[in-house]
Design a protein around this ligand. Structure first.
Ligand SMILES: NC(=O)c1ccc[n+]([C@@H]2O[C@H](COP(=O)([O-])OP(=O)(O)OC[C@H]3O[C@@H](n4cnc5c(N)ncnc54)[C@H](O)[C@@H]3O)[C@@H](O)[C@H]2O)c1
Length: 461
């Protein structure tokens, strides 16, 4: 076999057609008009109500929307169970709209066009279902919900009401992930046969999940659902098929019960000098105003101890996923890594696509992410994608534009609806069930949603 000729990184742009903007897209039959949306109006602004005025509600879906689209939308109501956080959010977002601690009252009095759901994960379904029953479209943060019964409630409500729900899978929108989708669809590596996907959360970001409500499976569905549903959605979208079965293992080896010392939270801890995870939440002015000053209303501690005994989620997880089209995936998630990022490789009948993405701290001073395409018996090609400038690898701003700017095309099929939201959660739920049942779990056995060999692009807002 001939040694593959290696291509220098400097020469790759000239040599490969892959980078040439939309060159591949014409072959993909993917350039399509934006889905017809009920969200856009010729003459009036979109009237938005939001439930959950925590961090994500205040920034991404609050202040950022008001700043970016002043002529297209307005907030007509904000709701949260914590009245102090609600008051702070109203000022922070920059709206004078009324505030509510009662969701039904907000919906009745404000009659919004769109409800944005940014509450704790395990509560999403209540607001999604009720808004659809009231004839209101919904946009929800991921994960759409946390268990199979709640997914079924949402599927039933969609059928009953004819309304829909957009799930904000911002990870699909980062330019390097869109480039991976484009390369896979181009046939460069042939048919995908298997995927190796390993995600690492570091001892800063990863640890933060164990400080917050996320550490409780009853609130977050565990990292299998809260975090990994992002990754599973990417897999479903990249592989272009639905998951069929999942076998998984998981354990809590580092946080929670594994610590040698612990306290309720960092501010009351006697071990601040020795604990590597000591964090002073009051040094962050935003967090102080959002959380610390409103503890008196609900007792929620943003700086909970990562070694609390009540942590009941896993911090190391591994799953084998089989797709309807025969692709098999080897996935893992580690929440106590020294660095943050992921490695992914797609094996195909004609070659292999590899990427190693370091997320929080760049590996070196480069300002791009790299994808390497290896051709069987051929040469390798390096594709470099400049870092995005907005949050989540540049994905957040692109996602918002696609939702709120009318007729934005969807060439990479990034819009996600209830079916996508359900399938992403279902892999995590199946993994959780598989650990307890010690056997593979079939996705088709969890809800009425039946996996298909070719991914179905469903109706979205
Ligand atoms: N896509 C992403 O990258 C991304 C990033 C961060 C968070 N999120 C998602 O956004 C959502 C919010 O996360 P966050 O970080 O803002 O959390 P947070 O704790 O800062 O905010 C949650 C808010 O919901 C409120 N709340 C909880 N239950 C409620 C109820 N029953 N009724 C009314 N209000 C209720 C809380 O008081 C709080 O203000 C979560 O679903 C999370 O998964 C997504």
């Amino acid at each position: 076999m001939k040694e593959p000729k290696q291509m220098s990184r400097r020469n790759f742009i000239a040599a490969t057609g892959i980078l040439a903007g939309g060159a591949l897209v014409k072959d993909l039959n993917a350039v399509q008009a934006a889905p017809k949306s009920s969200l856009h109006y010729e003459t009036k602004k979109l009237r938005i109500a939001m439930i959950g005025t925590g961090s994500r509600g205040c920034d991404m879906w609050g202040r950022d929307l008001v700043k970016a689209y002043p002529d297209r939308l307005e907030f007509v109501g904000l709701c949260d169970s914590n009245p102090g956080r609600l008051e702070f959010a109203q000022k922070y977002i920059g709206t004078t709209c009324p505030t509510f601690t009662d969701f039904e009252k907000m919906m009745a009095e404000t009659k919004p066009d769109l409800l944005i759901v940014t509450t704790v994960d395990a509560t999403h379904h209540t607001f999604i279902v009720r808004a659809m029953e009231l004839g209101v479209d919904v946009l929800t943060e991921k994960p759409m919900t946390v268990d199979e019964k709640k997914i079924q409630l949402i599927l039933d409500a969609e059928k009953r009401t004819g309304k829909t729900c957009r799930v904000t899978f911002n990870y699909r929108y980062s330019p390097h992930r869109a480039k991976i989708w484009e390369i896979l669809r181009s046939g460069e590596i042939g048919d995908i046969t298997s995927v190796d996907f390993h995600w690492y959360l570091d001892t800063s970001h990863g640890a933060d999940y164990f400080r917050r409500w996320h550490r409780l499976v009853e609130k977050s569905g565990s990292l299998w659902v809260h975090k990994a549903s992002h990754h599973f959605d990417l897999l479903n979208w990249w592989i272009d098929s639905d998951p069929e079965s999942v076998y998984a293992l998981g354990a809590l080896d580092f946080y929670g019960k594994n610590g040698s010392v612990r306290a309720e939270n960092c501010r009351t801890c006697p071990h601040t000098r020795s604990c590597k995870f000591y964090w002073d939440v009051t040094k962050n002015d935003y967090y102080r105003q959002l959380y610390v000053e409103n503890e008196k209303y609900d007792g929620y501690l943003r700086d909970g101890c990562v070694f609390k005994e009540d942590v009941n989620i896993f911090d190391k997880m591994a799953a084998t996923i089989r797709y309807k089209n025969g692709v098999q995936v080897s996935y893992s998630l580690t929440a106590y890594s020294p660095y943050e990022g992921y490695r992914i490789a797609f094996n195909g009948t004609k070659g292999r696509l590899d990427a190693w993405i370091q997320e929080s701290k760049p590996i070196s001073d480069v300002n791009y992410d790299e994808i390497v395409v290896f051709k069987n018996f051929g040469r390798r090609e390096y594709i470099q994608i400049p870092f995005g400038t907005s949050g989540h690898g540049g994905g957040d701003a692109l996602l918002k534009d696609q939702i709120f700017i009318p007729n934005t095309p969807d060439p990479f099929k990034q819009c996600a609806g209830i079916r996508d939201g359900a399938l992403a959660c279902l892999i995590g739920i199946a993994a959780r069930n598989s650990i307890f049942g010690k056997e593979p779990v079939r996705i088709a056995d969890l809800t009425t949603l039946q996996p298909e060999e070719k991914k179905r692009y469903n109706r979205v807002l």
